[in-house]
Design a protein around this ligand. Sequence first.
Ligand code: NDP
Ligand code: MG
Length: 394
Amino acid sequence: MQKKQQLCILGATGSIGVSTLDVVARHPDRYGVFALTAHSQVKKLAEQCALFLPKVAVVGTAKAANELAALLKEMQLSHIDILFGPEALCQVASANECDSVMAAIVGAAGLPASLAAARAGKKVLLANKEALVMSGQIFIDTIRESGAAILPIDSEHNAIFQCLPDHYNRVPGQHGIHKILLTASGGPFLHRDVATLDDVTPEQAIAHPNWVMGRKISVDSATMMNKGLEVIEAHWLFAAPADQIEVLIHPQSVVHSMVSYVDGSVMAQMGNPDMRTPIAYGLAYPERMDSGVAPLDFLKLKGLHFEAPDFQRFPCLKLAYDALRAGKSAATILNASNEVAVQAFLDKRIGFRMINQIIQRTLEKMPAVHTLDLETILACDVEARSIAEAMISS
Ligand code: NDP
Ligand code: MG
């Protein structure tokens, strides 16, 4: 019998974490859970511990760790080790006992642990796109040096990965690739009068038409910064220049992305919009296994529609392309200021249309510098956050 793959799930209590555990629960013969991590949802983590019996559980703070210890004691699960804080995330992500790491913490907070998994040569299932956007070259170099495998979980990148040739070796020019076509739903405000976008509430912004996701990525989808981050993510994952990555609005979210080849062929990956498909693909790669997702019923589709994105409506998408072309630390600044602005919008401190303005002004205020190591990237992240926060406060 094959040895069970031991998993570390970073961000187990989030949308991707929960979908991952749903897939894992369908295959108890293939996967064991070494570690589960959360930040503050202690009760949810305790419930997951009871079902998946990890060796280690990690939370954000000492207080949360004490709460978790009390809950696990009540559940007679005191044998589960409890750790807390950012260093503990890196520790479980690089532990010898773990084979694969689902990197599903949201935002910059996920970078050190995602990178630790890459450095330790793990199979890295990357959902945490912000980590790659922030650290780009360093992340890819680390993967190469350690021999780690990186499997994109973001549905578009997972689709592209599936549409590329098996022997694709990060030199796209040699494989006759014309364009990478990144599809985007357009989010909840695709057809809303732009003049009224200042009035939208966080509740309206996070009500995504096709996907159920965490709050931050849902707002990113409404501004299309999510697609902007994904353009940068695709650049690093597939060594594609900005001009080779084209965004197409596709409101049905059935075609998850495509690769267009020089001979006129276009390969598309399709399916119902459910993250368990890319998660199962990443977990089982190079095999396939049941994910719980229903097969796509073509007879029920009401057409597939495609249109070009409008940069006036979605200025964040343009800011992301510009940051990718500017290089150096521009993407780190873009990501950090976006995280601050999105949180401020969710906290009702700024309007929806202020998000792109905060990002643009932060990029203007901070000159892009070379980012050769993690320390410089993290310092740049901190500085961009404080500039964006100061703007919001004033
Ligand atoms: P959620 O907000 O639903 O979950 C985030 C997870 O990260 C939770 O487990 C949360 O813990 C944990 N977390 C939050 N802050 C910290 C922190 N400071 N330190 C450690 N852990 C933290 O996010 P999603 O699952 O939606 O997204 C996760 C990542 O996957 C993001 O990078 C997103 O862009 C990407 N992604 C998500 C998709 C989706 O469909 N949801 C699709 C494609 C990509 P707690 O619950 O305790 O707060
Ligand atoms: Mg995506």
